[in-house]
Design a protein around this ligand. Structure first.
Ligand SMILES: Nc1ncnc2c1ncn2[C@@H]1O[C@H](COP(=O)(O)OP(=O)(O)O)[C@@H](O)[C@H]1O
Ligand SMILES: [Mg+2]
Length: 231
């Protein structure tokens, strides 16, 4: 099983958008699981239009539910999901300290999947050094502050000895742009994909049907499919 961690130090750059669409693109060909370790702002379930699940990642990390019990199949997306509760419940405060156990918990399921995609903030990242076959995708917008923050986490990734670290440029806002060449030199890691802005994104989010399915011919979908093929 390869583990693709999609992360960034800033919020709002497109981590969840890319995680969800990439996972669905991979799921067309491979056994794929998506997990949401972005514990402060877990939005994967919102992007997937998933409601009414019984167990969540929080229950798994607290030892209240088995991992296998918490995983849900979304047949229309051919995708398995380990959902994370968006709102806090009593007892959830200690969960960030338990993320370090996640790589051990997934040992039980690693033969069941070809790809695990994780949407992750960069706060509790020590768990990354415990993951095998890891590819780290750092999402940035083509603007200077976003790229500088990316540089900071690229350096942390190198300290954790993560070899496969790449930058994904996501043009999720129309802003002052800097060239891909500059993104690489300032960011400090190679670019693996440039994902275009799509006007249809808000509608996809409102419907809970990610763009790779609702807009298959778009440039966005082509670029996500190319990214999936390169992993
Ligand atoms: N390529 C894109 N084109 C248009 N809108 C995008 C794109 N990527 C992300 N967005 C929008 O930007 C906002 C933030 O994206 P999100 O994936 O939630 O960021 P993050 O997970 O990094 O906080 C969302 O409203 C999302 O729909
Ligand atoms: Mg998010």
């Amino acid at each position: 099983m390869k583990t693709i961690v999609v992360s960034s130090s800033k919020g709002g750059v497109g981590k969840t958008t890319i995680s969800v669409n990439l996972a669905i693109a991979l799921a067309k060909q491979y056994r794929t699981l998506i997990a949401d370790l972005n514990l402060d702002t877990p939005h994967v379930v919102i992007h997937l239009g998933l409601i009414g699940f019984k167990y969540a990642l929080q229950d798994v990390l607290l030892g209240k539910a088995d991992l296998a019990k918490a995983i849900i199949r979304i047949n229309t997306f051919k995708l398995d999901v380990l959902p994370t509760r968006t709102f806090y419940q009593q007892g959830d405060a200690n969960i960030p300290y338990k993320v370090i156990n996640f790589p051990f918990l997934i040992k039980d399921i690693e033969n069941k999947y070809d790809y695990l995609v994780i949407d992750s903030d960069f706060r509790n990242i020590n768990y990354l050094s415990k993951l095998d076959n890891l590819i780290l995708l750092l999402v940035t917008n083509p603007e200077i502050t976003s790229v500088i923050e990316t540089r900071k986490i690229v350096e942390q990734a190198y300290k954790l000895k993560i070899k496969e670290t790449f930058i994904v440029i996501n043009k999720n806002r129309v802003t002052e742009e800097i060239s891909p060449k500059k993104v690489e030199s300032i960011g400090g890691a190679p670019i693996i994909a440039e994902i275009p802005f799509s006007k249809k994104m808000n509608e996809a989010l409102r419907l809970g049907i990610p763009l790779v399915l609702s807009d298959p011919k778009s440039d966005f979908t082509k670029k996500i499919n190319n990214l999936a093929h390169s992993l």
